[in-house]
Design a protein around this ligand. Structure first.
Ligand code: ZN
Ligand code: MN
Length: 489
């Protein structure tokens, strides 16, 4: 569908880093503790205390910046971002302003419209501390607000993209790819429900006119609690801006940036406060922390420790095992452990596509049904491969293969044992041919139908053959019957 406007989207993502302790003190970062039990004089901003940088958090930030192909700052420092809010006891947030950890990177995604890969630019990646949480009870007659400072000082990585995203669906795919990357890096669990991944979006549209596109003012959208909400909120907001443009006509001149919040239930965005400019925050260098110098050797060490990341991993699986982009996408999105399992099975049975099908359909189904992770899957790859070799050599058809697998899973038997227990017999080709000749001779009407082009009629012959010997492979019988009928034509 051709829209009367182009959409321009940039994202600002905050992810909580997987560290045991906070960014500048030794308080625990564990989620779900009773309010205000994970605090100390440093993270609640008592006078005279001194922060100390968490090395691990810095390293996770570096790892991410490298994986996002950023230029890494050799010299970086901390800055105070000053603002007043009840959940910010220091009245400033320690962040990074003019010298972020990383800049000018990108993440490659596969565009939902074209299937082509596309680079989404990353403007900057920087570290900062989180603020606390305000909880407002807005039920009638209960106008109380509470503050939980457990989250104060928890390490966050802020990732800002260029306005390179062109559709709400593309924004969602970018977020999925970013989340996958962060999972592969072991940098964050990206749990949106627990707030360890938060997304804000900047969006405006360029309305097509004969004189060229006319841009609307940029709006920052907040309060989106899932990737699906991001897609829905941005779809709504683009259309709202278009309607506003139609009503107010061309707006010229500078309009201040507006902030709007997504209301999930009402399915619309509502205006919030006008957005501060960065000059309002009176940034200045943090005097209590030393700048950080990163050596070439350290960057090199981090780069070599990244491991194989999703995008290249998909490409390697496709070329090594001859599987489709869809297959590699499903496998890689399940994480490294499943990929390793698949690779082992594929190597042992020698057929990548077969292994991919069985791992996606059977192994994943088992994991979903039992709500367990791969380490709880009863079959090591060697055992599944034994079964797949039988399927590959057509000693078992797919349906019987599934029955054998179910038995292996429930009894712990090997593939061969399970085949024997189920009484499955591998019917030889000579025997199949004999049966096929018999049913062809007995069913002249069906044979005539097939010869007349009604290929589906061959199903009747397969049914007859199964009655004679229930162990025959229906696919083999089908092929054989068609061949024999063609030969006699
Ligand atoms: Zn603390
Ligand atoms: Mn931030």
């Amino acid at each position: 569908m051709q829209r009367p406007y182009e959409i321009i989207i940039g994202l600002e993502v905050h992810v909580q880093l997987l560290t045991q302790s906070k960014l500048f003190c030794s308080c625990s970062t564990e989620f779900g503790a009773p309010p205000n039990t994970q605090t100390c004089p440093i993270c609640i901003g008592m006078p005279g205390v001194l922060p100390m940088m968490n090395r691990r958090a810095f390293e996770l930030g570096l790892k991410t910046a490298c994986a996002l192909q950023c230029e890494i700052a050799r010299f970086t420092k901390w800055d105070r971002k000053n603002y007043y809010y009840p959940d910010l006891p220091k009245n400033y947030q320690i962040s990074q302003y003019d010298l972020p950890l990383g800049r000018n990177g990108y993440l490659e995604i596969r565009s939902p419209e074209t299937g082509q890969s596309k680079r989404i630019g990353i403007i900057r990646v920087h570290l900062e501390e989180d603020a606390g949480k305000s909880m407002h009870d807005e039920r009638a007659g209960k106008a109380d607000s509470r503050i939980d400072l457990n989250r104060c000082g928890v390490p966050l990585l802020e990732i800002v993209t260029k306005p390179d995203l062109r559709t709400p669906a593309e924004a969602k795919i970018f977020l999925q790819e970013l989340k996958l990357l962060l999972n592969y890096l072991d940098v964050s669990d990206c749990n949106m429900q627990e707030g360890s991944l938060r997304v804000d979006a900047n969006i405006n549209i360029g309305v097509n006119t004969p004189e060229g596109p006319i841009p609307t003012p940029i709006v920052e959208v907040k309060n989106m609690n899932s990737f699906r909400a991001v897609e829905r909120a941005l779809t709504y907001e683009a259309e709202r801006q278009y309607q506003e443009f139609l009503e107010t006509g061309r707006r010229l001149g500078q309009v201040p940036k507006q902030t709007r919040g997504w209301d999930e239930e009402a399915e619309l965005t509502r205006p919030q406060r006008t957005k501060e400019e960065s000059s309002d925050y009176r940034y200045f260098p943090e005097p209590d922390l030393v700048p950080v110098v990163v050596s070439e050797a350290e960057i090199e060490r981090i780069r070599t420790s990244l491991g194989e990341l999703p995008q290249l991993l998909r490409e390697r699986l496709e070329t090594t095992y001859g599987i489709t982009p869809y297959d590699s996408d499903v496998l890689v999105s399940q994480g490294r452990a499943l990929v390793q399992y698949f690779e082992r099975v594929a190597t042992l049975c020698g057929e990548g596509k077969l292994a991919a099908n069985w791992v996606q359909q059977e192994v994943l189904r088992f994991l979903n049904e039992h709500q367990v992770s791969l380490d709880a899957f009863p079959l090591p790859p060697e055992r599944l491969a034994e079964l797949l070799i039988m399927v590959r050599d057509r000693k078992l058809d797919t349906r019987r293969g599934r029955e054998v697998l179910a038995r292996m899973l429930s009894t712990g038997e090997s593939a061969e044992e399970a085949v024997a227990s189920l009484g499955f017999v591998d019917v030889g080709d000579a025997e199949i041919e004999k049966i096929c000749r018999l049913v062809i001779a007995q069913n002249p009407k069906t044979v005539a139908d097939v010869k007349a082009g009604k290929i589906k009629a061959v199903g009747g012959l397969v049914g007859q053959a199964k009655k004679i010997n229930p162990h025959v492979d229906p696919a083999k019988v089908r092929e054989m019957c068609l061949r024999l009928i063609e030969e006699t034509a």
